[in-house]
Design a protein around this ligand. Structure first.
Ligand SMILES: [Fe+2]
Length: 450
């Protein structure tokens, strides 16, 4: 039994620039660059606003018509009025409200980054990096920062999915520890390739592989026919193609296992004031057991800074692999984290795939919204499946795609994966949870067994 010790931090001003908030808390974010553009027509002229997000630093650039030189560049909405005073002759008064509305829409857009963020911070003289992530460019950026600080550093790994650890080997030095949950021991024991191979072989026995390929690669009819021909002749080919596809996105599959520092059951403590269990990494830094997105999932908490790193517990859509956790566990973990955010008055949330969120109330709203979306999606997919006692895979997926449910349609929109069609994995998962079993492997037909 342990109690969390927290000291008060300066409260976040929610009107503050996110980048400044992160700096105040001593957090550096390495993220994927994103650019969004919004256009609007006013009579004969256009107004175009470009939003660039680089390492969570936002920049809004406003252009008139097709001009290449912008009329305004700001980093935060509250800079608009001051900047506008300088260029009153260029923007008509009747356009001001619309521009502010366009800026707000861009600013509030919920973005999902396909490459996970990496978060860097120091405690005392030691630096920590949450998730080395993937892409060589990311590794180089982090490396040059590590070089400039020259501090001893460790990696905290949120979970076993390779897009979160692919850069481990490029970053770890001789003394680096890579902290992982003890469940990762079993996952990495046979090696990640073997794990993926076994998982894909199992998954492909449950679904219509050609149908999954169609959704994953968006092939033309001719190419799909060709793929179907080869896969029927050599079923193993589909697994190898998906392995190669995975590798293309993740780039490298060496986890840096020899640096792994397992957070073992014997060292686990219950933090009684927050009713959660986990491990003390060092004074002022704890890893929290948060199974949901995967069984080895960890969140990281710095009580003194009221800052919580949530990995992928809140990501839509969960789960993304048939070896991950069932829905009730995912919902229960989000509930626990919401309670933690309320009890501890956490005001900075740092997820892997969304932009950081500042402000306690906003965080609670975000987590609640994500949980409700997950619950809604789960219920809707259950309802579709339960409409029939028997389903051929292809027909079931057709029914899902034809659903008029908004949340299912959002899941379909997001289903342009970097690895494999998430929605197929999700439906296969729920189908088995509801007690359907395969009765005809040739047509991939499932029937309820209870
Ligand atoms: Fe993941």
């Amino acid at each position: 039994m342990e109690m969390l010790k927290t000291t008060p931090v300066k409260a976040i001003d929610t009107n503050q620039n996110l980048y400044d908030v992160l700096q105040e808390r001593g957090i550096i974010v390495f993220s994927q660059n994103i650019t969004l553009v919004k256009k609007n027509q006013f009579g004969k002229r256009f107004i175009r606003i470009r939003l660039d997000i680089i390492d969570c630093r936002k920049q809004f650039t406003i252009f008139l018509n097709e001009e290449k030189t912008p009329v305004m560049v700001i980093n935060h909405l509250n800079q608009f009025q001051e900047a506008y005073q300088q260029i009153r002759d260029k923007i008509k008064p009747e356009e001001v409200l619309s521009i502010q509305e366009m800026l707000r829409e861009l600013d509030e857009k919920k973005l999902k980054f396909s490459i996970p963020h990496s978060y860097y911070f120091s405690i005392g003289e030691t630096a920590y990096l949450i998730d080395s992530s993937t892409s060589k460019k990311r590794a180089l950026n982090i490396k040059s920062h590590l070089h400039s600080t020259a501090k001893p550093f460790h990696i905290l790994s949120s979970h076993y999915h390779p897009d979160h650890w692919a850069n481990n080997v490029l970053l770890a030095n001789r003394n680096t520890r890579i902290y992982v949950h003890h469940a990762a021991r079993e996952i990495f024991m046979p090696g990640y390739h073997v794990l993926m191979y076994t998982y894909l072989a199992k998954f492909f026995k449950t679904v219509d592989v050609v149908d999954v390929i169609r959704r994953t690669f968006r092939l033309s009819r001719r190419m799909l026919g060709l793929a179907a021909f080869f896969i029927r002749k050599t079923p193993i080919l589909a697994i190898l193609v998906f392995q190669a596809y995975n590798m293309k996105f993740v780039e490298r599959f060496r986890s840096g296992k020899k640096h792994f520092y397992y957070l073992d059951k014997d060292d686990q403590v219950v933090f009684e004031d927050i009713n959660m269990s986990g491990w003390k990494i060092t004074d002022g830094l704890i890893a929290l057991e948060t199974p949901g997105h995967s069984y080895d999932h960890l969140a990281f908490y710095i009580p003194d800074r009221k800052t919580l790193f949530t990995g992928e517990i809140d990501v839509f859509l969960n789960p993304v692999s048939i070896i991950d956790c069932p829905q009730p566990l995912i919902h229960a973990t989000i509930d626990q984290v919401i309670q933690l955010v309320i009890t501890e008055n956490i005001d900075l949330l740092l997820p892997s795939h969304y932009l950081p969120i500042s402000g306690n109330q906003k965080i609670v709203e975000h987590l609640t919204e994500q949980k409700e979306k997950l619950q809604h999606c789960y219920q809707s997919i259950c309802n579709i499946i339960l409409e029939q006692t028997s389903w051929e895979w292809r027909k079931l997926m057709q029914a899902v795609y034809q659903s008029s449910d908004q949340i299912i349609q959002e899941a379909i929109r997001l289903n342009w994966p970097k690895t494999i069609s998430n929605l197929d994995i999700y439906v296969a998962f729920v189908l088995q949870e509801l007690g359907y079993v395969m009765v005809d492997p040739s047509t991939k037909t499932w029937r309820i067994s209870k």
